[in-house]
Design a protein around this ligand. Structure first.
Ligand code: GLU
Ligand code: MG
Length: 458
């Protein structure tokens, strides 16, 4: 590390110490979609910025229940990686006094990029788009269900507690003001914490399912948006703990009910111009945006292994639940996997596309990078979009259902030349191994058992 970066790290450590920060949490998200952490005392931050923190590469093949599988390139107890905090993103955590957070990148002992580093994968894909003159903007929506007390379901001990779980804000109707009233202190604290951390919140509201809420934030560059997805989720979790509540982000909380999505909004920009509007493609999108979205639509069955990566994801991905279960697109159609939003005529930033099928079991860095890879492949092949779909595709004729199980999505993933090339073999194989092992893990489990074992894990 050069002297100026080292000096910047020392200055950052002094600033944090002055703010009363004692520890810095360095997070990465594994291929199972769980945010893992190593923390250091603030006094070590400069050293860590220079040399990183040691960690095992075996985390790349961890499963949702903390069991471990292996893959052709990664697995086993050997080897060491270095975890480096992104100093530009260090954030004091408002709901965890004394703590700051930084997302981390992973390198090997020689300082080379770890080929399976998910965050650097997202950054490589953003750079690929930039090579074509395209600046991507993305935003992840966060949905979660609030449970009263400690929801022991989904614990590593495999405790089952669905029957006894009480949801907070459950009495009020879907999208009901009554729910906001019941949890107004809690939701106010979520807003406060996010604002203190500099997160620009667009909306917060009760969702459809009992005890379910959603928060959405301003779009950012792909890596920044994925970082925000992590920060927003961990902030909600921390505020929940302070209120004696538990935030559940898993794809399904109650089998058979509406689940938690983690929809991804995206738009393409060039020199300050939004390419999702002002063109002569469908609903005003430019040709380039159309080809990009067509690439995403084409790759969706394979992309599901990244964006809907859990066995539980397929309990959520059902028709008529606004989850995007069909491989189609439409203008503001909440049942289409790809919802195009044209935006108001005077709202330059309003036009964008929303990928609805993804959920919070997805690693947001993998999700962002894979969507860009699929979209750029669409541009390279000069794809066009099929006719848009209006209304619920379940009632239409002939719309294609997306994979209905993890093994089915995995089959598409392993056959995807686009994703294999973009991810690179070590990362691609590790993801495939984790998906395969998780499918095996839940073989024979009932839907409610799957929901119980996963809903509190993400
Ligand atoms: N909860 C729904 C899902 O599973 C989404 C509801 C909405 O459109 O916001 O994706
Ligand atoms: Mg929602």
């Amino acid at each position: 590390m050069n002297d100026s970066r080292l000096e910047a790290a020392r200055a950052e450590a002094r600033r944090l110490t002055g703010l009363g920060i004692r520890g810095v949490a360095l997070t990465w998200v594994d291929n199972a979609g769980l945010t893992r952490v190593k923390a250091v005392p603030v006094a070590r931050l400069a050293q860590v910025a220079g040399r990183g923190v040691g960690m095992s590469p075996v985390f790349d093949v961890y499963l949702v229940d903390d069991s471990i599988t292996s893959s052709p390139h990664i697995g086993g107890p050997d080897g060491d990686l270095r975890l480096f905090p992104d100093l530009d993103r260090v954030t004091p955590l408002a709901a965890q006094p004394g703590w700051a957070w930084a997302p981390a990148d992973r390198f090997d002992q020689q300082g080379r990029t770890h080929p399976a580093c998910q965050r650097q994968f997202a950054s490589r894909m953003a750079a690929r788009a930039a090579e074509r003159g395209i600046e991507m903007r993305m935003g992840f929506e966060t949905e979660w269900v609030v449970a009263r007390g400690t929801d022991r379901a989904g614990g590593a001990d495999g405790a089952r507690g669905a029957a006894g779980t009480r949801f907070a804000g459950a009495a009020g109707p879907a999208y009901g003001m009554a729910r906001l009233v019941e949890l107004s202190d809690y939701l106010g604290d979520v807003l406060d914490a996010l604002a203190t951390q500099g997160v620009d919140v667009l909306q917060i509201h009760p969702e459809y399912a009992p005890g379910q809420f959603e928060v959405s934030v301003s779009p950012a560059d792909p890596v920044g948006a994925a970082d925000l997805a992590v920060l927003v989720r961990e902030t909600i979790r921390a505020v929940s703990v302070r209120h004696g509540l538990t935030a559940l982000f898993g794809p399904v909380v109650t089998a058979g009910g509406v689940g938690n999505g983690c929809h991804v909004h995206l738009s393409l920009w060039r020199e300050g111009r939004n390419l999702c509007r002002g063109g002569d493609g469908p609903f005003g999108m430019t040709r380039q945006s159309e080809a990009f979205l067509a690439g995403v639509l084409r790759e969706l069955p394979a992309l599901l292994a990244v964006g809907a990566p859990s066995v539980a994801s397929y309990l959520r991905l059902e028709p008529s639940r606004w989850a995007g279960a069909y491989q189609c697109w439409g203008l503001e159609n909440r049942e289409a996997a790809l919802r195009f939003v044209a935006g108001a005529p005077d709202d330059r930033a309003g036009a964008n596309a929303e990928v609805k099928s993804f959920d919070a079991a997805a690693n947001p860095y993998l999700a962002a990078g894979s969507l860009i890879a699929a979209g750029l492949a669409g541009i390279d092949a000069d794809l066009t979009l099929p006719a848009p779909v209006a209304g619920d595709p379940v009632r239409g004729s002939g719309e294609r259902r997306l994979p209905t199980s993890l093994p089915e999505a995995l089959e598409h993933f392993t056959a995807s030349a686009v994703l294999r090339e973009a991810l690179g073999d070590p990362l691609f194989e590790a993801i495939a191994a984790v998906r395969h092992a998780e499918a095996e893990l839940f073989e024979g489990a009932s839907p409610q058992e799957i929901a119980d074992a996963t809903r509190g894990r993400y």
